[in-house]
Design a protein around this ligand. Structure first.
Ligand code: ADP
Length: 752
C-alpha cells in the first residue's frame, strides 16, 4: 500500500501547502500551466533541459510559440471538457537542437489548463496491434480463471509481464479500510509480502476519492529531485491545482517510506467494484524505472477490465463460499436429524458445527447443560456470558466482532471469544448455540517495519507517518475478531429452523407413541376391569358353595376335609379383596376427576373419625401442627389417599403408641424440598417400623408387600399403588423418606 496517499492527503509539505498544491513536479517531464487565453502562466523550472529554453523565455508567451496551431486548438478544447477529463496528443516541438517528441497530457482545473509533456523517442510508439497483443492475451488468460484467488494471481503476473517491475501485488481493502496483500508475483529473491496486512490509515478516505478519479499513479524515481513551478510574476502566488497531474511531485515522507521498503519506483492502479475502491494493483521496482505513457495507459485500461471482471469473480467466490456453507449445512442437518440423540450429534466433530459459520469454538447450551466444542472460554465463563445474554440480548440471532467492548468480562478470554455469534433456539427455554472467534490480532501479520517513526516539522507539528498510523490501528483492532459474514449469520438461522423442525418432528413422534401408549393403557385398564368384574361372580359361587358345604355337610366331612374347606373359604375371601383392589385401580384409570375447593382440615378430620369409628382399640391421636389449606382436588379420592396413609401408619407400627403428624410445607419455606414444585407438599409422618431405602420405589407397585400375610394385619399391597394413581391423576407426585425403626414420612403434591 502506498504511503504516498497518507502524505498527499493528510499532511502538508514544507511550504505548509496540501501536496496537490505543492507547486512542484517530478523531473521526468515538464509542466505548463496556461490561463484561459492559453498564455503560459506557470512553467516547471526544467524547460531548459527539454526545450532548450529558460522558463522566463516562455512565461507570458502564447502557447502557439511552442506548439503548432492544430495542437493548440486541440488543447483549447479542454476548456469545454469536464475538470480532470484528459486530452492526450503527440507533440513535436522544434528546439535549437532539433525537433523533440513529447507525450502531451492536457486537462483543465478550475482556473487553468495544465499541459504536461513527457519526452519520448519518435519511434517508441506502441502500435495498435502491439497494444492489442499485450492486452488481449492478458484478458483471455484472466477470463479463463475460475476462482478469485487464481484470478488475482494472474492479474499480478500479467502486470509483471507488461511492466517488468520487480514486484506486483494486489491489495484488497476490508470494510474498515484496512488492506491486505491477496496476490503477489515478484523476483524470487525478494521477501514475500503476500498475506501481510496494512492499516486503514495508509489510505484515508480523501486518498480513496483521488484513486476513484485518477486510476493510476506513477513515480519512476523516488530519488529524483522535484522541480518547482515558476510564475511569470513572482508576486503571483496562486498555486496550481495538481490533483489531476500525472507529474505531481512526491512528498518526502512518502519517499522515505518507499525507500524503507526498498522501492525506487512504483506504479499503482486502482481497482473499482460497484463504484467503490475495492483494492489496488501495486507495482514496485528496486531501481528507478520509467514506463512510457502508452504502457501506463495500457496498464490503466487493463485495470478497468480487471475491475469489471472482478465484480463477477467476487460474486462467484462469495457464492462458492455460500454454496460450501450450504452443503456443509445440509450434511450436518441430515446427520443430526437421523441421530438418536441429536444434541450429541450437534457437538460431534464431523461434520463440524464450527465449520457451518467458520468459527473456532462453540458452546451448545440447553438450560444448565453446556457442551463446549473447539477453542472456547471455560464453562463458568460461558455460563456468565449466557446470563449476560439473557439480560441484554433479545434477538433470536446476535453477532458481534467485538464482544469485550460490549461485555468487559470477555477481555479475559479475548483470545478465544472476541467475536460472538449467538443463536437462540427456543424463546421459552434457555436453549442457545454460541459460536466464537478469536481476537483478530492473533490472526493478522502486520506489514512493514515495526519501528514507528514520527516526523516533526520545524514548528513542532507532527506529520503522521506510516508506522505511526500502523500503531494507532493496532490499538483499534484489539479485542476484535474477523467480522461475521451475512451468509454465515443466515446459515446459523437456517440451522435454528432445522433444529426446531427436528425437535417438532421428534415431539410428533413422541406424541404418537404417547397416544399409542394411552390407548394400550386404556385397553389394559378396561381388560383389568372386565376381568376382575367377571372373576367376582365365579368367586362368589365358590364362596357360597363352600359356605353351604361347611354349614350343611360338616357332619359328613372329617376334620381334614373341614380344614380344607375353611382354607378354600379364606382364600376366596382373600381373592375377593385382591380382585376388589384391582377393580379399584382399573376404575381409577377411567375416572374423571371431580375437582372442588376442598378444606383439607375438614377432610382429614373426617378420615380420622371414620378410622376411629371402626377401631376397637384406643382412639388414634393425629397431630396437625397448623391448619391445612383449602385446595382444588377430588375430595373423595384425596380422602382415600389420607385414609390409606393413616391406616398404614397405624398398621406398620410396633410402638406402644402410634404417633402421626399431618401437615404441609410450602416451597418458600423449604426450597430444598426434594421435588421441585410450586404446590404445597403434604406429608403424613409416623413412628412406624420404617422402610428400607431400597424399597422406596417398590412399595408403590401393585400387590407389592414387604411382609408376609400374617404380619401387620395383612394387606393386599394395593393401598399405596392406588394412592399413587390418585396423586398422579391430580398431576402430583408421591414419595417416601424413612428411617428403619424410627418412622416414615409420606409426601405428596397435588400438582407439578
Ligand atoms: P397394604 O395395603 O398391604 O398395606 P400398601 O400398598 O399400602 O399395602 O403398602 C405396601 C407396603 O409398604 C406394605 O406391605 C408395607 O410393608 C409398606 N408400608 C406402607 N406404609 C408403611 C408405613 N407407614 N411404615 C412402614 N411400612 C409401610
Amino acid at each position: 500500500m502506498s504511503s504516498e496517499d497518507i502524505t498527499e492527503t493528510t499532511s502538508w509539505n514544507s511550504h505548509d501547502q496540501p501536496i496537490h498544491l505543492s507547486g512542484s513536479i517530478q523531473p521526468h517531464g515538464l509542466l505548463l500551466a496556461l490561463d484561459t487565453e492559453l498564455d503560459i502562466w506557470q512553467v516547471s523550472n526544467n524547460t531548459e533541459k527539454y526545450l532548450d529554453k529558460q522558463p522566463q523565455e516562455l512565461l507570458g508567451q502564447r502557447l502557439g510559440c511552442l506548439l503548432a496551431t492544430q495542437q493548440v486548438a486541440a488543447i483549447k478544447q479542454c476548456l469545454e471538457k469536464k475538470i480532470g477529463s484528459v486530452t492526450t496528443l503527440k507533440i513535436p516541438i522544434a528546439t535549437v537542437n532539433g525537433e523533440r517528441y513529447f507525450d502531451g497530457i492536457a486537462h483543465r482545473t478550475t482556473n487553468a489548463i495544465i499541459l504536461e509533456l513527457e519526452p519520448r523517442d519518435s519511434d517508441d510508439e506502441v502500435s495498435f496491434l502491439g497494444f492489442h497483443g499485450l492486452v488481449s492475451e492478458a484478458i483471455a488468460n484472466l477470463q479463463n480463471t475460475s476462482n478469485l484467488e487464481e484470478f488475482l494471481h494472474l492479474v499480478a503476473s500479467e502486470y509483471r509481464k507488461i511492466t517488468a517491475f520487480d514486484r506486483v501485488m494486489v491489495y484488497q481493502f476490508d470494510e474498515q479500510g484496512a488492506g491486505s496483500v491477496v496476490a503477489e508475483v515478484k523476483r524470487e529473491e525478494l521477501p514475500p509480502y503476500l498475506g501481510l496486512h496494512y492499516p486503514a490509515t495508509d489510505i484515508p478516505e480523501p486518498a480513496r476519492q483521488l484513486y476513484m478519479q485518477c486510476l493510476l499513479r506513477f513515480i519512476p524515481n523516488f530519488t529524483a529531485q522535484p522541480v518547482e513551478l515558476i510564475s511569470q510574476n513572482s508576486a503571483d502566488t496562486t498555486p496550481v491545482d495538481l490533483s489531476w497531474s500525472v507529474l505531481r511531485s512526491v512528498d518526502p515522507c512518502c519517499v522515505a517510506y518507499h525507500q524503507n521498503m526498498g522501492a525506487a519506483a512504483i506504479l499503482v492502479i486502482a481497482l473499482i467494484k460497484n463504484q467503490q475502491l475495492w483494492g489496488l494493483i501495486s507495482c514496485h521496482h528496486q531501481t528507478p524505472k520509467y514506463l512510457t505513457y502508452e504502457v501506463r495507459k495500457i496498464c490503466e485500461f487493463l485495470g478497468q477490465i480487471v475491475s469489471l471482471e472482478l465484480g463477477h469473480k467476487v460474486i462467484h467466490s462469495e457464492l462458492d463460499y455460500e454454496v460450501k456453507l450450504k452443503s456443509l449445512q445440509s450434511e450436518f442437518v441430515e446427520l443430526i436429524s437421523q441421530a438418536d440423540n441429536f444434541i450429541d450429534a450437534l457437538v460431534k466433530p464431523q461434520p463440524s458445527l464450527l465449520a457451518l459459520v467458520s468459527a473456532t469454538g462453540a458452546a451448545v447450551c440447553l438450560d444448565n447443560e453446556i457442551t463446549l466444542v473447539g477453542e472456547t472460554p471455560d464453562i463458568e465463563q460461558v455460563r456468565s456470558l449466557i446470563a449476560w445474554v439473557d439480560n441484554q440480548v433479545s434477538q433470536r440471532i446476535f453477532a458481534t466482532d467485538s464482544l469485550p467492548k460490549l461485555y468487559p468480562e470477555a477481555i479475559q478470554y479475548k483470545n478465544t471469544a472476541s467475536g460472538l455469534l449467538l443463536l437462540r433456539i427456543s424463546q421459552i427455554q434457555r436453549y442457545y448455540i454460541l459460536w466464537f472467534r478469536p481476537e483478530v490480532l492473533q490472526t493478522v501479520n502486520w506489514a512493514g517495519n515495526p519501528n514507528a517513526s514520527i516526523q516533526t516539522n520545524a514548528d513542532g507539528s507532527v506529520i503522521l507517518c506510516p508506522r505511526t498510523s500502523f500503531e494507532q490501528w493496532q490499538e483499534t483492532v484489539q479485542l476484535t475478531s474477523l467480522p461475521w459474514k451475512q451468509c454465515e449469520i443466515d446459515n446459523a438461522l437456517t440451522l435454528k429452523n432445522a433444529i426446531v423442525g427436528i425437535v417438532l418432528s421428534k415431539a410428533e413422534e413422541l406424541a404418537k407413541i404417547n397416544q399409542e401408549l394411552e390407548r394400550s393403557n386404556r385397553e389394559l385398564a378396561s381388560f383389568a376391569y372386565a376381568a376382575s368384574h367377571d372373576l367376582k361372580e365365579p368367586l362368589r359361587g365358590i364362596y357360597n358353595f363352600s359356605t353351604i358345604l361347611i354349614e350343611d355337610y360338616a357332619a359328613v366331612l372329617d376334620e381334614d376335609g373341614l380344614d380344607y374347606l375353611q382354607t378354600v373359604l379364606a382364600l376366596s375371601v382373600r381373592m375377593e379383596t385382591l380382585i376388589n383392589s384391582l377393580l379399584r385401580l382399573s376404575q381409577l384409570g377411567q375416572t374423571q376427576l371431580h375437582l372442588t375447593l376442598t378444606n383439607l382440615n375438614e377432610l382429614v378430620n373426617q378420615v380420622i373419625d371414620v378410622i376411629n369409628a371402626s377401631r376397637q382399640e384406643a382412639q388414634i391421636n393425629v397431630h396437625i401442627p397448623r391448619p391445612l389449606p383449602t385446595v382444588q382436588c377430588d375430595s373423595v379420592l384425596i380422602n382415600e389417599v389420607f385414609s390409606n396413609l393413616i391406616i398404614n401408619a397405624l398398621k406398620y407400627n410396633d410402638k406402644p403408641e402410634a404417633l402421626i403428624e399431618i401437615g404441609f410445607i410450602s416451597q418458600q419455606e423449604s426450597p430444598n424440598i426434594r421435588k421441585n414444585t410450586s404446590y404445597p407438599v403434604f406429608y403424613v409422618k409416623d413412628n412406624s417400623i420404617g422402610i428400607h431405602e431400597h424399597h422406596y420405589q417398590t412399595i408403590f407397585r401393585l400387590f407389592k408387600r414387604l411382609h408376609s400375610q400374617e404380619k401387620y394385619g395383612g394387606g393386599t399391597g394395593a393401598g399405596l399403588a392406588i394412592s399413587k394413581k390418585i396423586v398422579e391423576l391430580h398431576s402430583g407426585q408421591i414419595w417416601v423418606e424413612s428411617s428403619v425403626g424410627i418412622g416414615s414420612t409420606f409426601y405428596f403434591t397435588l400438582g407439578q
